[in-house]
Design a protein around this ligand. Sequence first.
Ligand SMILES: Nc1nc2c(ncn2[C@@H]2O[C@H](COP(=O)(O)OP(=O)(O)OP(=O)(O)O)[C@@H](O)[C@H]2O)c(=O)[nH]1
Ligand SMILES: [Mg+2]
Length: 417
Amino acid sequence: MKVAIVHRVQGDEEDNLAELRELCRTAGYEVMYQLKQKRPPHPKYNIGPGKVEELKEAIRELGIEKVIFENDLKPVQEYNLAKALKIPIITRTQLILEIFSLHASSIEAKLQIKLAELKYELSRAKEKVRLAKKGEQPGFHGLGAYEADVYYDEIHRRMFSIAKKLEHVKKHMDLIRVNRKEFGLPLISLAGYTNAGKSTLFNALTNEEVKVSPQLFTTLTPTTRIIRMNGKPAFISDTVGFIKNLPTPLIEAFYATLKEIALSDLILLLADASEPLDKLRERIETSLQILYNIGAHNVPTILVLNKVDLVGMDDAARKAEELDLEMPHVLISAKMGWGLQSLQEMVSGMFKNFIRIESKLPYDGETMNMLNDIYQFSKVNEVSFNDGFVKLDIEAPICLAEKIRRYAMDGEFKIIG
Ligand SMILES: Nc1nc2c(ncn2[C@@H]2O[C@H](COP(=O)(O)OP(=O)(O)OP(=O)(O)O)[C@@H](O)[C@H]2O)c(=O)[nH]1
Ligand SMILES: [Mg+2]
């Protein structure tokens, strides 16, 4: 979707359009036009009426379908802008909520985001009710003073109901986690600052079609896939980027969206190696602090220094050395596909849930069923069909290995490593 972005600044204030542009990219919008204006807020539109005309022109010429404001807008300003421009107007807060929604996979995260949306709506509802009562905003959803009160109460009621549900869900989080664990596959989470290249890496690692049974899809969210790391299957999740200058009402929703990371078996913490060392260090430290806050500090973590194509291997390696962090690291370029093999080896070496076994199973229907799972969920070194038995040399998740052990022919089950 094509959008325009706007920031009205005052005095020496710097504009935040570069970051807003990044957020738009993350939300999947294409920024066609940007507008900056220096002036005090105009009561009717926030920006000046002349700039509204300019925007109108750009919308018509460039096919823009939405305008995103860095500034918070009063309901009456939002109303006037929408009326003048005839397309939806949203603010930075709503944009970030959209980004969270794209990534929220757990029920808790979804509820937290809904709650944040309603909180935002409530803060504006007060103003809308006030305006409706004063008769200043007659066109507002066609509400009269009475309906405005009802509207306000309705938001309150929904917030209360969601807060109740959240309490309930928090108590039952474990039930939600079980789903994924059922298959015994490790879960890898991609984490890191916005723009570090998480989605690019996610796509690079997942572009090879991995065959999975339909039942598996029920455990997958839009941002989770099954990949093979050096032959070993794993779930991989792309997560929402760490965003700076987060509006305070969104912090809880942000953490809820990220909590999934704490449930993973391995975190790939991405950072942009092309950034100056100080900034790189600061961002890694902030990221580690966020991981700590969501309770993910005990999850094994690999620092993935991305975008080395922009600085060169040597320079990136020097930076990694100077960072002197207490965790393994790997240098990659997700865009060019560099270093992905080393990454895969490092990751698969850290999977503790796989064991290598040799076994012989009777040549029958039950074994054929099991072979289905074996091909899907393990790294196959050898499967050979013999007279009356099937010989296996595989690296399997522990729960699958246990299934095989129970069905193996007498004494024909050996753990190699
Ligand atoms: N030169 C270079 N650019 C890269 C590389 N990886 C990603 N990029 C670019 O960096 C930008 C951000 O990449 P994304 O993969 O969307 O980053 P992200 O971490 O998913 O960002 P958010 O979803 O906003 O948190 C895009 O323009 C990518 O093309 C890389 O290895 N080299
Ligand atoms: Mg992304």
